[in-house]
Ligand binder design. Structure first.
Ligand SMILES: N=c1c2ncn([C@@H]3O[C@H](COP(=O)(O)OP(=O)(O)OP(=O)(O)O)[C@@H](O)[C@H]3O)c2ncn1[C@@H]1O[C@H](COP(=O)(O)O)[C@@H](O)[C@H]1O
Length: 115
């Protein structure tokens, strides 16, 4: 999975640094700025929530599940554009998930409550 993310990040960085807003969607987002990127992230998150509600109880090969995967990809993609715009990438997120791996969410929450 992270190989695909690494390849995609490389393209996203190239588009951000050298892309033409007329011919590249990613370059056009960076050109419009952070607010536009965040608008897209919010829009895609909402679309994902609606798709997940529609997919509940449906077969994995249903149109609703295909839409769910498509919306998840849209959200991940726009989140990667956002991270690139802010000077970071998926590796920082994977590092954070790695740090959390094996640590119960409930235990982590309890530890936070003590501090
Ligand atoms: N993975 C993606 C990807 N996923 C979704 N999208 C685009 O995201 C856009 C937004 O989706 P919407 O459903 O909101 O479409 P829309 O209503 O037309 O969007 P807006 O007018 O609201 O901006 C669509 O134009 C999709 O084509 C993507 N565009 C690009 N990539 C990757 O980024 C690379 C670089 O893309 P370019 O910069 O366009 O060359 C590509 O080779 C791909 O690997």
């Amino acid at each position: 999975m992270s190989d695909m993310l690494t390849q995609l990040d490389r393209v996203l960085r190239l588009r951000m640094e050298q892309g033409d807003a007329e011919s590249s969607y990613v370059a056009s987002l960076h050109h419009k700025g952070l607010n536009k990127i965040l608008e897209k992230v919010g829009e895609e998150a909402t679309e994902l929530v609606l798709a997940a509600k529609d997919a509940e109880g449906k077969a994995l090969d249903s149109d609703e599940h295909r839409a769910l995967i498509g919306e998840t990809a849209d959200l991940w993609f726009h989140s990667l554009v956002m991270l690139a715009h802010l000077g970071t990438d998926h590796r920082a997120v994977l590092d954070e998930l790695g740090r959390r791996f094996g640590l119960s969410g409930l235990e982590e929450k309890a530890a936070r409550a003590k501090n």
